[in-house]
Design a protein around this ligand. Structure first.
Ligand code: HGY
Ligand code: MN
Ligand code: MN
Length: 418
């Protein structure tokens, strides 16, 4: 796509303002910290509002048109020929509990930095460019995860999205109203021509193999369930083992089954029990009820289904052995997603142009891009995570790696805009 300053782009080594990006990452990462200093900005929370407000002010400073849709997705649009579908660049700014500062925020702020770099150069886009921050990508307080982008692409109806029940008894729609982010823009009012998402890898691959950039071609499948085990409360001292209906024991058996199955299934199947509550929860009462979550992932849909089936069979076995009742409720289920090969190649070419080593890879984490891929060509750019750590305050990526990734995003955007 030619434009008034395309020749300039070819000659001037276009780059984002790296120090400004790093400053904003740190500033946004300072919003939502408790007195102990840990960072949590769960979707729809006061902390989420503070982060959203800060992002909106940055989008406005960049003279983008800010809009919010009915599930709270935030869009900053660089207006151009409205007859042409926009290029969308996005991610999320909600976080997990006790989070790092890069997950999601890095992609949104790098998209903004790329737009600012283009504006500074006098670039005149012939199609709109939209920076997006999607609601509740993490899925910690409300399920499913990627809820905002899923609703945006038409994968979740509005009432179900707004009616999502929080782990804390709240309802997403009410919280969005409370924090002032239940917008008026209809779902899917923006139909992107293509979507790019820059994100930290959150895993060990790029660092272990010494690559600067990941050109992501697949996001693995995700299966989230809530398991409720009902046993019988009884006295910890007087109840013979043979007389027990111990919900805690049954839960422990399921947790170890998941690890053994995933371990013997060989990589890349993974399983995680991240939350577990005991009731009534006393040292000397055999647990009457245990509620916990199961997160299964695999890039192969058949293997993921096999895992779900094996878990279901094991649950039935344990329920019969311990004489407890076990119910499973689906919280989220997304098949593996393959990204658009043209967009993946654009990312590889952009990395090569910057002389950054790049490898194609699968994402172990879920991302908004896997939802956008349902409605337009989409792909992701990864940068390394130190020690492969994420969803942890130790999450870290070297500044020069962050800046390299943002410049590859900028070049990929320009290629797609052409
Ligand atoms: O769970 C995930 O993969 C993402 O961080 N929401
Ligand atoms: Mn993320
Ligand atoms: Mn995350």
């Amino acid at each position: 796509m030619q434009n008034t300053t395309s020749s300039m782009q070819d000659t001037v080594a276009l780059s984002i303002d790296g120090s400004h990006l790093l400053e904003r990452l740190i500033e946004l990462g300072s919003i939502g910290r408790n007195e102990a200093g840990s960072l949590t900005r769960l979707a729809g929370s006061d902390q989420d509002k503070q982060g959203r407000d800060r992002l909106v002010s940055w989008l406005q400073d960049a003279e983008l048109t800010v809009s919010v849709d009915v599930v709270g997705n935030i869009f900053g649009t660089w207006e151009a020929d409205a007859q042409r579908r926009p290029l969308m660049v996005g991610s999320h700014i909600d976080t997990v509990i006790d989070a790092g500062i890069y997950d999601g925020c890095y992609g949104v702020l790098s998209g903004l930095a790329a737009v600012e770099a283009l504006k500074l150069l006098g670039y005149v886009p012939l199609r709109p460019i939209v920076i997006a921050a999607f609601t509740n990508e993490e899925g910690v307080r409300y399920q499913p995860d990627m809820l905002g982008s899923l609703a945006f692409v038409g994968g979740l109806d509005l009432s179900t999205a707004l009616g999502a029940a929080g782990t804390d008894g709240t309802v997403l729609g009410n919280e969005l109203i409370r924090i002032g982010y239940k917008g008026s823009q209809a779902l899917g009012a923006v139909r992107p021509a293509a979507y790019l998402e820059l994100h930290i890898e959150q895993g060990p691959v790029l660092e272990a193999e010494d690559f600067s950039i990941g050109a992501v071609e697949v996001v693995q499948g995700i299966s989230w369930q809530k398991i409720v085990i009902d046993g019988v409360a009884n006295h910890a001292g007087t109840t013979p083992i043979s007389h027990r209906h111990d919900a805690g024991y049954a839960a422990a058996r399921i947790v170890s089954f998941l690890r053994e199955y995933a371990f013997h299934a060989k990589k890349p199947s993974v399983a995680t029990v991240g939350t577990m509550q005991f009731e009534p929860g006393a040292i000397n009462i055999i647990p009457a009820k245990v509620t916990f979550t199961v997160d299964l992932r695999d890039p192969d849909e058949i293997r993921l289904r096999d895992f779900e089936f094996a878990l279901d069979r094991f649950i039935q076995k344990i329920a019969a052995e311990e004489q407890v009742t076990i119910k499973a409720e689906r919280l989220a289920r997304f098949d593996p997603v393959s990204f658009d090969q043209t967009v993946v190649s654009v990312i590889e070419a952009a990395a090569a142009k910057r002389e950054k080593s790049c490898r194609r890879m699968t994402s172990g984490a879920g991302h908004d891009a896997q939802m956008l891929a349902r409605i337009c060509p989409a792909a992701m750019i990864f940068v390394p995570s130190r020690n492969g750590i994420s969803h942890n305050p130790l999450e870290f990526t070297e500044p020069e790696q962050l800046i390299a990734g943002a410049n590859v995003l900028l070049d990929s955007m320009l290629s797609l805009l052409r």
